[in-house]
Ligand binder design. Structure first.
Ligand SMILES: [Zn+2]
Length: 447
């Protein structure tokens, strides 16, 4: 081990991640438990919500009674919505940076706001960089990252140059060699920037990975790509095949969320997902809250270890997953065999092509005042918006949301609204935020 003092907490995390992958499974589990203990003590002492909730863990003598851990109630999105301010710690430890609010609707259609820290972003980026090294990334490689930040949208896609988009902060080598592009640009434009600036890796939404690979198959630019990484939804078989054919390279998936950042990365050897145990505790439990074993599918429960602004202790992520066997690659991190996260159907309206709807959850939260929502295509030019909301009709901007939807999907779109007490799920219990009930053959993208 390197004995020199790390320069910063970010550098410390980089080293921790490097040591982590060379550890034994037992050493890694021991490290994780020590980090969890820090977080539990901090949350118990600082966040009012956890004072009673975590009390069973703190026995006589000052130690932690780990036998009580499975009895700590699972934290739902509804809990966070109702009690978010009580979960705040009122200040983060030195080096964790500022608390920033991030909002997501996750895979359940229920928008929720949580507070993250700068350090969580840095650690997530470093874990991503570690996974990129598994896929062949080397120092100096330039990685093209497709973003949708206001900063990137303000750039002119013709005159833009490398470096324009780089934001500050310590995120390791990878950010220093980042080529930021907008994911709203046509895939041919993204490809030509990658060729011009010799970018040999790509990271973006899984649908963008698919579109860029498809564009390359049509254009056949002289371009070398080591690997592509798809996030947000799982890569489809079609996307993986397109990347293989277009670039003679491979595409990998990330399992991440706004609340827990980078949870797990696909293993290039087995195709399973290695949990970033240094950063997050992942549990998979059945409906009764018991740990799942032997490939049984259950609910994913996460505890982000660096979540000091607003600790999320045993938070239900909203995905279903199953554990896999230890991996032959030798990495000690537990393996998730499969993740059934976001499912979203493609829509297709009269005269248009098939597309995956993605307009964010903000219009539903802000205009519809929805606690939960689902959009169904019900005809060639018709959708139905189903929603749960405590707001009365006269507090809801139906016309405003209809305008947003028509602008995004089709100018002649007919939109109807239906209040519900519960939103429909699939036979397997999964929630689909955009569901195509008009064309049952529409592609389903399992995650
Ligand atoms: Zn592996």
């Amino acid at each position: 081990m390197d004995e020199t003092q790390p320069q910063s907490i970010g550098e410390l995390i980089r080293r921790t991640l490097a040591v982590g992958e060379k550890s034994s499974a037992a050493q890694l589990a021991g490290y994780q438990r020590s980090q969890l203990e820090h977080l539990l003590r901090f949350a118990h002492a600082r966040a009012p919500y956890y004072k009673q909730r975590l009390a069973p863990l703190f026995g006589k003598g000052g130690g932690i009674d780990w036998s009580q851990w499975p009895r700590i109630p699972i934290l739902t999105r509804a809990d966070v919505k109702a009690n978010g301010p009580e979960m705040m710690s009122g200040g983060t430890p030195d080096g964790h940076g500022f608390a920033r609010s991030v909002a997501s609707s996750g895979t359940t259609g229920m928008p929720v706001t949580v507070h993250s820290t700068d350090l969580m972003s840095v650690a997530g980026a470093l874990a991503f960089e570690r996974a990129c090294r598994w896929y062949g990334y080397q120092n100096g490689d330039r990685i093209c990252v497709a973003l949708n930040t206001p900063q990137i949208e303000s750039l002119n896609r013709e005159t833009w140059a490398v470096g324009d988009e780089v934001t500050g902060g310590l995120t390791g080598n990878l950010s220093a060699h980042r080529l930021g592009v907008s994911r709203s640009w046509p895939p041919e434009i993204i490809l030509s920037h990658m060729k011009q600036h010799v970018s040999v890796c790509f990271s973006g939404n899984s649908t963008t990975v698919e579109d860029v690979a498809e564009a390359q198959l049509q254009r056949d630019l002289d371009i070398q790509i080591k690997f592509m990484v798809g996030k947000s939804m799982a890569l489809t078989e079609r996307a993986r095949t397109l990347v293989r054919r277009a670039f003679k390279s491979k595409a990998y998936s990330v399992y991440s969320s706004m609340e827990a950042h980078k949870i797990a990365h696909e293993c290039p050897v087995s195709g399973g997902f290695h949990v970033n145990s240094e950063l997050v505790v992942v549990e998979i439990v059945d409906d009764a809250g018991r740990p799942c074993t032997g490939g049984e599918t259950g609910r994913v429960i996460v505890t982000p270890l660096l979540g000091t602004a607003q600790p999320l202790i045993r938070y239900e992520q909203g995905d279903l997953a199953a554990w896999g066997k230890p991996c032959s690659c030798g990495r000690p991190h537990p393996v998730i065999a499969r993740i059934e996260g976001r499912i979203r159907n493609r829509f297709q309206f009269a005269g248009g092509h098939k597309f995956i709807p993605a307009i964010g959850f903000e219009p539903y939260r802000d205009l519809l005042k929805a606690d939960q929502w689902q959009v169904a295509q019900t005809g060639p030019l018709a959708i139905e918006v189903r929603f749960i909301s405590a707001a009365p009709d006269d507090a809801i901007d139906f016309a405003g949301l209809t305008r947003v939807l028509a602008k995004s999907f089709h100018k002649d779109l007919s939109v109807s609204y239906r209040r519900m007490d519960m939103l429909p799920r699939t036979a397997a219990g999964k929630f689909i935020d955009y569901v195509n009930e008009f064309d049952a053959r529409s592609d389903i993208l399992p995650n």
